[in-house]
Design a protein around this ligand. Structure first.
Ligand SMILES: Cc1ncc(COP(=O)(O)O)c(C=O)c1O
Length: 396
């Protein structure tokens, strides 16, 4: 447990943000280099980032895009999901997972979660699959891999693809295999808060060569092969629109940031893991929270550190706790509000409170603590001290 520090009255304590990107000289050098090179849009650095991410996760192909939302949308398109189809996914997720399904005119069919892991429950997946199911989209919440074996076996039996929403899961492993080489397609996010960032960005990985070619084409208006090179010497001005595509390509400015981040990725992951374990140790004796789960045989990517409040111990709710922490200069967040309970989903798809009770129960008591490589142990101590102090004050 922590040694208590002498309390000092301060009018406004220094702010510990919920998230701070770790960028520096290398990223600035890469961005400046992209600008100097003249490649402001897709160019050689995008290719290099694809090759390195592919190698990192052990996937034959990697296709860069400008967000994970774009990656999910393209993956669903390339797997043939269309109007009237169903896609099984979890309601414990961000808006992007649901909207990418709805963009295709398909319907998200939600399967509830395993409370301990916050990940989709394979038993609920088996129940949710129908003749109209065209894809399963598991989400590796916080960077903890889903239980992939039963999910893949349901999908294989039915002949439907598995598309991972791995927005949180770069660096995660399931039974020795990296997330990114297990499912038919994997979609990563390089958004500003993610373990590796390009500002805005995403990546698809797959082992399927034809699918990868299609994804590459879809990312740039459905233009014929290598259209991104059409302004370079050796490129050709002539192109053909082969199919209806999107404008989802990544820029070389963004890819430069990613290349700089990749050099430090193993170190940043180690720092995340060390801080996550340290939270675990510091909160070990505290009975007011359920701490994040680690599953034997998996490697957690530690994108998020999600605590869950125990209402039987605390007489304060999550929302009030967030306000108390904010007043003490500590930023936190919530991952996630149940997707089915947002007004758009209620109105258009008719979902109601009570539809997915495990998601609702866990979401209501979830609290994400600051977790990023640059978080100092001193600031982490302050987060834990504030939490423990509030537990003392609001114990039943
Ligand atoms: C689970 C999940 N899926 C998808 C996304 C979308 O990622 P992006 O912002 O790169 O589109 C996010 C973003 O935070 C996410 O948390």
């Amino acid at each position: 447990m922590l040694r208590p520090r002498p309390s000092r009255r301060r009018s406004s304590p220094r702010w510990i943000p919920y998230y701070r990107p770790q960028t520096g000289r290398d990223e600035i050098r890469q961005v400046a280099d992209s600008i100097r090179s003249g490649w402001l849009t897709t160019g050689p650095k995008v290719g290099r980032l694809e090759e390195r991410i592919g190698r990192l996760v052990g996937a034959r192909h990697a296709v860069a895009v400008n967000s994970c939302t774009a990656a999910l949308h393209m993956a669903l398109t390339a797997c043939g999901v269309g109007r009237g189809d169903e896609v099984v996914t979890s309601p414990y997720t961000f808006a992007a997972t649901g909207e990418s399904i709805l963009y295709q005119g398909a319907r998200p069919v939600f399967a509830d979660i395993v409370p301990e892991t916050l990940n989709i429950d394979p038993v609920a997946v088996a129940r949710a699959v129908t003749r109209r199911t065209r894809a399963i989209v598991p989400i590796h919440i916080a960077g903890l891999p889903c239980d992939m074996e039963p999910i893949l076996s349901i999908a294989r039996r039915r002949g439907i693809p598995v598309i991972d929403d791995a927005a949180h899961a770069l660096g995660a492993r399931f039974r020795g295999r990296a997330i990114g080489q297990i499912s038919d397609v994997t979609c990563f996010s390089f958004y500003a808060t993610k373990n590796l960032t390009t500002g805005e960005g995403g990546m698809l990985t797959t082992a399927d060569t034809r699918l990868a070619e299609r994804l590459r084409r879809l990312s740039l208006h459905g233009l014929s092969h290598d259209a991104w090179k059409r302004y370079a010497r050796g490129g050709t001005w002539r192109y053909d629109v082969v199919e209806l595509g999107f404008k989802y390509n990544m820029t070389d400015v963004a890819a430069g940031i990613g290349l700089a981040q990749l050099d430090r990725f193993p170190v940043m992951q180690r720092q995340r893991r060390r801080l996550a374990r340290r939270y675990g140790t510091l909160l070990e004796g505290c009975d007011a929270f359920d701490r994040p789960h680690e599953v034997p045989g998996t490697t957690h990517a530690w994108h998020l550190y999600i605590l869950r409040l125990r209402p039987r111990v605390l007489r304060i709710g999550r929302d009030a706790l967030i306000e108390h922490l904010r007043a003490r200069g500590i930023g936190t967040s919530v991952h996630f509000l149940p997707l089915h309970l947002h007004s758009f989903y209620r109105k258009t798809l008719g979902f109601r409170k009570g539809d997915f009770p495990r998601t609702e129960r866990e979401s209501e008591r979830a609290l994400s603590l600051p977790l990023y490589p640059g978080l100092s142990t001193r600031d982490q101590d302050r987060v834990v001290e504030a939490l423990l102090d509030l537990v003392r004050r609001y114990r039943r």
